[in-house]
Write a protein that binds this ligand. Structure first.
Ligand code: C2E
Ligand code: MG
Ligand code: MG
Length: 753
């Protein structure tokens, strides 16, 4: 940084207004008096000295504008005093006053720097005139010195300001060549004066901006009409010199013309154009910040995809364009299936990583001109403009499903993820941004409802279904609070013991308008909306309480099976939520069985297994429901701490059409035996099926043949009736296993109606 030096101009200017001071040096008092007298009326301050040494001492300490100096002094000569004055650079004018009329003395005195030579006594009358002249000259000299000093100071100040300016400051000649650049050109752009002086301005302007900048750099206007705030990109000297992108800075340029104001007429056109003066302010960082803010306002930070604001804006434009050209526009709603599991199991960092990878793959499926956006969470939307026919979106949807089918390696795991895609097409499915998005969303929900991992086009019927779904969801939120749920109990029979060994609690919803609703109408909705948690808690509480009541009535060997949604095992607290029901109702833990559908086996995450294991360690039984429907491998079964498998009713149904038990049932029975698992067949509807199952060694059964799910009262009565009517194997050794039970059951209907 340069240092600003203030000159002594200020000191000079302070002295400017005082009366002028004159020193008379003469050994003759009379002469001093007459000189003084002669100078009266000149508004001067007059001082006296009677010898040379005295004069030197006085001049050393005080300032005088004029010294009237006698040559012949008693101690040293006036000429010596003059020498001293010159030597010591004393700022004063000197007039010699001498009686010596030798011309040489006068010449010597003038050579030494005196301004005048006056002979005494003859020329004394002229002294007043000569003093005035000398003092006037002295005054002019002082003014000149003052002006020069001020100019120097001003020049220094301006140079300081220009060189230390954070802006680029330059002048160009009338051919737009640099004549001056400040130091900032070097610190900001890397150009020295040698690099640029004499070069055209275009040497530093980005090629694409030269045309725009030409008027600014050859600016011929001044004042308000001159170029101001023009954005121009300037090139840095060497690649890599500047830390901004592309080695460019963005500058805000203001330029004004320079004319020779001393020549020509009043109009600019009549004046001599000298060149241009300009200032360029570096706004690169501000531009970058502005661009970043604008980018962030329209993009998703995690995936860098356009956000919904940008998406809707583009969709709006596409709709306008498509309507004008009679084209179609496709809108896709893409929702990842079971993404929450990943988040809950592996943490949010892994979830974010997966989302980024998914976004990357989805982008690969888009055509040029399509827009993929993130809606939030695991939801994406895609805009497919310029479609020729609605089915054009099929290709992209299939590409997406295919692209997602290979696993994602995240958090050192191979994660499988699928997506449900809903598609709406303009103009068929709506003409506005909101309608198209809403209908694509509805279609996506349909995919979710029918097994996920697929795509569907919107059809108007879905709308009604969706409205129904929304209203059902609202009702469901109230249902627990309004106590609208009820548990039915379906007995599970042991053929060898001829008795009811268990009850499966099956939920029903007494809907105020729709009447009694079966679980298939609302369980999935409850799972999707998260309401399943409170339903599970309610069902567990109710079933355990009922078991405790029946135990109090003497049914001490009765098991209670409660269905728990697999999704619940993705929550951390499931074990803590189940255990209190057992302890609060004083139940032996192994009389509670949690039924989980077979697809739990496909979620072979360590955390699901550990929760199941924890339940087992507490003694609670775990049954795999609907076993055989998911084709889960035996290997899975081996890893899970399962106590019971329930053969799905679809296999039991097949028994009707076949002479002997199907190979699948035989295989399942083999597996159960192999792993030492408890076995139960569900959906047994006929005597023939029951017999066939008994033939292959399946002892426990559940189904309409034995009993439909019953309300609490009826279930209690059946328990009692069966206990008192069926002969127990234990009490009748060699009794016909199952046959008596079947016989009794055939006559129970009167009891249950
Ligand atoms: P699930 O656990 O496999 O229950 C057996 C289903 O088959 C019951 O249907 C039952 O009424 C029916 N069923 C029983 N015997 C026969 C038969 O002989 N023939 C035929 N065709 N069907 C029979 P439901 O009560 O409609 O329950 C359906 C499913 O809803 C259950 O299948 C279970 O997965 C689920 N569910 C029931 N209650 C709950 C609950 O409280 N929580 C959860 N998360 N799910 C439940
Ligand atoms: Mg079940
Ligand atoms: Mg089942």
């Amino acid at each position: 940084m340069n240092r600003l030096v203030i000159s002594h101009a200020d000191v000079l200017s302070n002295q400017h207004c005082r009366p002028q001071r004159v020193l008379i040096v003469d050994d003759e008092p009379l002469l001093r008096a007459s000189l003084k007298h002669l100078l009266d009326g000149c508004e001067l301050e007059v001082f006296e000295c009677e010898n040379g040494c005295d004069a030197i001492t006085t001049l050393e300490t005080q300032n005088f504008d004029l010294v009237l100096l006698d040559i012949g002094l008693p101690d040293i000569s006036g000429l010596e005093v003059m020498d001293w004055v010159v030597e010591n650079k004393i700022h004063t004018s000197v007039i010699f006053v001498s009686a010596d009329d030798n011309i040489d003395s006068a010449i010597t005195a003038l050579r030494k720097g005196a301004v005048e030579f006056v002979r005494k006594p003859n020329e004394l009358p002229e002294i007043q005139y000569k003093v005035r002249n000398a003092l006037y000259r002295r005054h002019l000299e002082r003014c000149n010195a003052l002006m020069t000093a001020r100019l120097e100071q001003s020049e220094q100040l301006h140079r300081f300001l220009v060189e230390n300016s954070p802006d680029l400051i330059y002048t160009l000649d009338d051919n737009a060549r640099f004549t001056f650049i400040n130091d900032r050109f070097e610190t900001l752009l890397g150009y020295t004066r040698e690099d640029l002086i004499g070069s055209q301005y275009s040497a530093i302007v980005h090629e694409d901006d030269v045309e725009k900048a030409v008027y600014a750099f050859a600016e011929r206007r001044r004042d308000g009409r001159a170029t101001a705030n023009l954005e121009v990109r300037l090139k840095c000297k060497n690649n890599g010199y500047c830390h901004f992108e592309n080695n460019l800075i963005v500058s805000m340029l203001s330029a004004t013309a320079i004319y020779d104001d001393t020549a020509g007429g009043d109009l600019l056109s009549q004046k001599l154009y000298l060149g241009t003066y300009g200032v360029a302010h570096n706004i690169t960082e501000r531009k970058i910040a502005e661009e970043t803010i604008a980018y962030q306002a329209l993009h998703d930070q995690l995936t860098s995809l356009p956000n919904q604001r940008l998406f809707k804006d583009r969709l709006e434009m596409s709709i306008i364009h498509a309507k004008r050209c009679g084209r179609m526009v496709g809108v896709m709603f893409i929702d990842l299936d079971r993404f929450k599991v990943v988040n809950d199991t592996y943490g949010h960092a892994a979830g974010d990583e997966l989302l980024k990878n998914v976004a990357f793959r989805l982008r690969l499926c888009m055509r040029a001109g399509d827009t993929l956006a993130r809606k939030g969470g695991d939801e994406f939307t895609a805009l497919l403009p310029d479609m020729m026919k609605p089915e054009d979106a099929t290709i992209i949807a299939e590409k997406i499903l295919n692209e997602l089918s290979s696993p994602f390696n995240v958090a050192d795991q191979d994660l499988h993820i699928t997506a449900s895609i809903g598609i709406a097409v303009l103009p068929r499915d709506g003409e506005s941004v909101d309608t198209l998005l809403k209908n694509a969303d509805i279609a996506m929900y349909k995919v979710k409802a029918s097994g996920k991992n697929g795509y569907k086009y919107f059809i108007p019927d879905m709308n009604a279904a969706n409205r129904e779904r929304i209203s059902l969801e609202n009702d469901l939120r109230q249902a627990v609070r309004r106590d609208e749920f009820e548990l039915y109990y379906q007995p599970q029979f042991s053929m060898s013991c001829n008795e009811i060994v268990g009850m499966e609690a099956l939920i029903r919803w007494n809907h105020p308008i729709h009447g009694l609703l079966n679980p298939h109408t609302f369980i999935e909705l409850a799972e999707e909306t998260g309401l399943i948690g409170s339903i599970t808690d309610w069902a567990l509480g109710k079933a355990c309480k009922q078991l405790s009541i029946w135990r109090d009535r003497g049914f001490n060997n009765l098991r209670m099976s409660v269905n728990v949604s697999p999704q619940e095992f993705e929550r951390d607290d499931i074990v803590e939520r189940i255990l209190p029901h057992v302890t609060n109702n004083h139940l032996p833990a192994d009389f509670l069985e949690i039924e989980i559908t077979e697809n739990i086996l496909l979620r072979d995450t360590p955390s699901v297994i550990s929760k199941m294991r924890s339940l087992r360690e507490h003694g609670i039984r775990i049954a795999i429901d609907d076993f055989g429907t998911c084709y889960s491998s035996l290997n899975y079964l081996r890893m899970f701490p399962v106590s019971t498998i329930k053969i799905d009713q679809s296999f039991v149904r097949d028994l009707l059409h076949e002479q002997s038990a199907s190979p699948i049932i035989q295989a399942i029975i083999g597996i159960a035996r192999g792993y030492g698992l408890h076995l139960l067949a569900e959906g047994v509807e006929s005597k023939e099926q029951a017999n066939a199952l008994m033939d292959v060694g399946c002892d426990e059964m559940q189904g309409f043949f034995f009993s439909k799910p019953l309300q609490t009262e009826a279930a209690g009565r059946l328990l009692h009736y069966t206990a008192t009517s069926t002969p127990h194997i234990s009490s009748q050794p060699g009794g016909s296993s199952g046959a008596d039970l079947i016989h009794i059951l055939e006559s129970r209907d009167a009891l249950l109606d």
